[in-house]
Write a protein that binds this ligand. Structure first.
Ligand code: C2E
Ligand code: CA
Ligand code: CA
Ligand code: CA
Length: 279
């Protein structure tokens, strides 16, 4: 499925070096795609460390293109951000993810939480607070069941504005996760002021843990820092038993990764979890 974005049109090859014309073409297709219902969400389970149960899911956007197959967000989100299309798409993602979590609560998993990724463009958009409040209300979902993931660089891009927006979300009772943590340049002073509830260690650090690099020391330092600031620590990109053992030993609260569960359609997600005795 991962290769499916590569077989067709040149304009999907990379979003970084494609010219303006190609980007407009993708934007045009994307607008049609969302109207036709070609956007879908996959859900990746998040596990209590070390051995479960499942405590929730992260919603990850997919484009099921009629001829190209499944296209991953790296191929189209940068263009959706540039053109502003990410705002309506992001509204749909939030609505659909909350709708799904309401259904799972009703189906016997009333403690699960849903994590939704927010791009910098959405984060800076005026209507965000009301959008979140309205969406939660529409699905009768209490705010504590929603986690909004923003990257460290998004949170850093306009510090004072970010702090105000995050504080409003936190006051509402929504969880705030700082995604890709360790890849930005947060000062510790700033991190201390951030009204976050969770740090998500970037998978780039997790990947190289086993080969005895400095990454083990960096990850240990991130975990210690997060614990000092009373934040939950999540590790993403867990692919091996050795990574899982290390991350658990240094005190990560929860784990995500291909080894534990890949992103999958809602129907497969619930079937996979039903077979897991810990959940
Ligand atoms: P992210 O938020 O850091 O999401 C984690 C990415 O790592 C996902 O890629 C996921 O499929 C992948 N992943 C999960 N476990 C493993 C593992 O064990 N090993 C490796 N190598 N990768 C793993 P995906 O789904 O392609 O998403 C890429 C990025 O696109 C996301 O990174 C996020 O920044 C963005 N994105 C996805 N969905 C949305 C969305 O609905 N809205 C916005 N604004 N951004 C989204
Ligand atoms: Ca994320
Ligand atoms: Ca991440
Ligand atoms: Ca990432």
């Amino acid at each position: 499925a991962k290769a499916s974005g590569q077989k067709g049109y040149a304009f999907f090859e990379t979003s970084m070096n494609s010219d303006a014309h190609e980007q407009m073409q993708i934007a045009r297709e994307l607008r049609v795609a969302s109207a036709r219902g070609e956007l879908t969400l996959h859900y990746q389970p998040k596990f209590d460390a070390p051995n479960g149960p499942v405590i929730g899911a992260e919603a990850l956007l997919r484009w099921s293109h009629p001829t190209l197959g499944m296209i991953l967000p790296g191929h189209f989100i940068p263009i959706a951000e540039k053109t502003g299309l990410i705002v309506p798409i992001g509204e749909w993602v939030l609505d659909e993810a909350c709708r799904q979590m309401r259904a799972w609560h009703d189906a016997g998993h009333p403690q699960w939480t849903i994590a939704v990724n927010l791009s910098a463009v959405q984060f800076g958009h005026d209507g965000l607070i009301e959008l979140v409040r309205g969406t939660l209300a529409r699905h009768a979902l209490a705010p504590r069941f929603l986690t909004l993931e923003i990257t460290e660089s998004t949170a850093m891009s306009d510090v004072e504005a970010s702090l105000a927006t995050l504080q409003q979300l936190k006051d509402m009772g929504v969880n705030i996760s700082i995604d890709d943590f360790g890849t930005g340049y947060s000062s510790l002073l700033y991190l201390k002021r951030l009204p976050a509830t969770e740090l998500k260690i970037d998978k780039g650090f997790v990947r190289d843990l086993a080969i005895g690099t400095e990454d083990a020391a960096i990850v240990s330092a991130i975990v210690a820092l997060g614990q000092t600031l009373n934040l939950k620590i999540v590790a993403e990109g867990v692919e091996t038993a050795a990574q899982k053992a290390f991350l658990t030993r240094i005190g990560c609260d929860s784990l995500q990764g291909f080894m534990l569960g890949e992103p999958m359609p809602a129907k497969e997600f619930i079937e996979a979890v039903a077979q897991d005795p810990a959940s």
